[in-house]
Design a protein. Structure first.
Length: 234
């Protein structure tokens, strides 16, 4: 987990329970759900959004909006496999895929980008579902996460990734997160603009509630495409 995302996420992911969870999943879920997603191929083009849904999968989330500034409504969907063997103890451990289609002048949809790693499966028995939703606003695509663990971490919070289509792919341009320690009620907020390299962190302690803000200017790095991002944010 990159330090740039802050210590709060480290408390969620970098704990000893991850080793325990890995053993539980190996036993409970059998085949790795990520492998199922990686083996799936989506069509390059279709005359409807529904034609991008493979057999045995369903659309879990769907949002529309203009992502390439051509005045037409584009679509982003989250696909989820519906394999009943991956429903364990009330949890749906099936893999998910994020796919983005542009509406073409000819009336069909073209697959522009997709990720088989960006949206987590609900397969961690010690955490609530980490996927919170997708949205399109002002030409940007937003992917939201939620963090709450029943063991191993007192931290709870939310995080959002912001993507913008430029130079032929959806590039990560922003990261925003807020976390709170459920015992101390200490808060931390992080906002990173990957375009400018500006990083703003705000903390507030429970005792004095005094807010402390630090601003850091990093040298901007090449913006990563959606397909290059793994699971480091969840």
């Amino acid at each position: 987990m990159p330090q740039v995302q802050g210590e709060s996420i480290s408390f969620v992911r970098h704990t000893m329970i991850r080793a325990i969870v890995a053993l539980l999943l190996l036993t409970a879920f059998g085949a790795n759900s990520a492998d199922i997603a990686l083996a799936l191929r989506l069509p390059a083009s279709a005359n409807s959004v529904e034609k991008f849904v493979p057999s045995g999968w369903e659309i879990e989330s769907k949002v529309s909006g203009d992502l390439n500034h051509d005045g037409k409504a584009d679509t982003a969907i989250v696909l989820r496999k519906m394999d009943q063997t991956l429903f364990i103890d009330g949890r749906n451990g099936n893999p998910r895929i994020l796919a983005v289609m542009f509406s073409s002048p000819a009336g069909h949809y073209d697959l522009i980008s997709h990720s088989k790693t960006l949206i987590p499966a609900d397969d961690d028995p010690l955490m609530e579902d980490r996927f919170s939703g997708i949205d399109i606003r002002k030409g940007n695509l937003y992917v939201a996460y939620h963090y709450w663990a029943s063991a191993g971490s007192w931290y709870t919070g939310n995080a959002t990734l912001t993507f913008r289509f430029q130079e032929e792919c959806f590039r990560l341009i922003g990261y925003d997160a807020n976390f709170m320690h459920r015992a101390s009620l200490d808060e931390s907020n992080t906002s990173i603009n990957y375009v400018t390299g500006k990083e703003i962190r705000t903390t507030a302690g429970n005792e004095d509630r005094r807010r402390r803000t630090s601003v850091k200017s990093n040298d901007p790095k090449p913006l990563r495409c959606m397909r290059e991002i793994g699971n480091e944010f969840w």
